[in-house]
Design a binder for this molecule. Sequence first.
Ligand code: FES
Length: 204
Amino acid sequence: MSNGQPADTSRRNWVIATCAAGGVAGVATAVPFFETFLPSEAAKAAGAPVEFDLTGMAKGEQKIAEWRGQPVWIMRRTDEQLAALDKHDDELADPDSLRNTDGPDAINPPFAAKNHWRSVKKEYLVLVGICTHLGCSPGNKFTPGPQPSLPDDWAGGWLCPCHGSTFDLAGRVYKNKPAPDNLRIPPYKFLSETRILIGETDKA
Ligand code: FES
């Protein structure tokens, strides 16, 4: 394990280097890239927790932080987006986030994944922006409705460009897709109403 990253396989690391980097760069045209740099670069490389300021985030907006060399998405969901999460459980592979709930690299850590919105505070979703198939970076597809590469009843979410896995606005993967799991929720906790700390949680 280097740079404090999870014990990924060498294949996955290679894919992240060659695929996810390109995908993240694409997202950066739409949202600010790596919004927060409070710890030193050296501390971040060593895996230190990273603070992120939610101040000023509009509903429907996504921003990106960096933690342990990985993109971490922070999204403030709208009321409509949250309401839509209750309407397509039968289309999801793990709607109740029951898989991979243990350990420091849990996909669905119990502190955040006990509900359909998969977050500590309902509006604010925090996810590792790396596809659980081979590590590409899914792209934003927040607009609901028919569009290329997506079903006509699309409710908004993310589409992985590499092999077509789709995720809803809680990061839950749809059935019959290459990605085996929901997008990972990293450890995080709220330091105040407007600040979160990514990389640490005090809840079991
Ligand atoms: S890497 Fe995302 S679907 Fe294959």
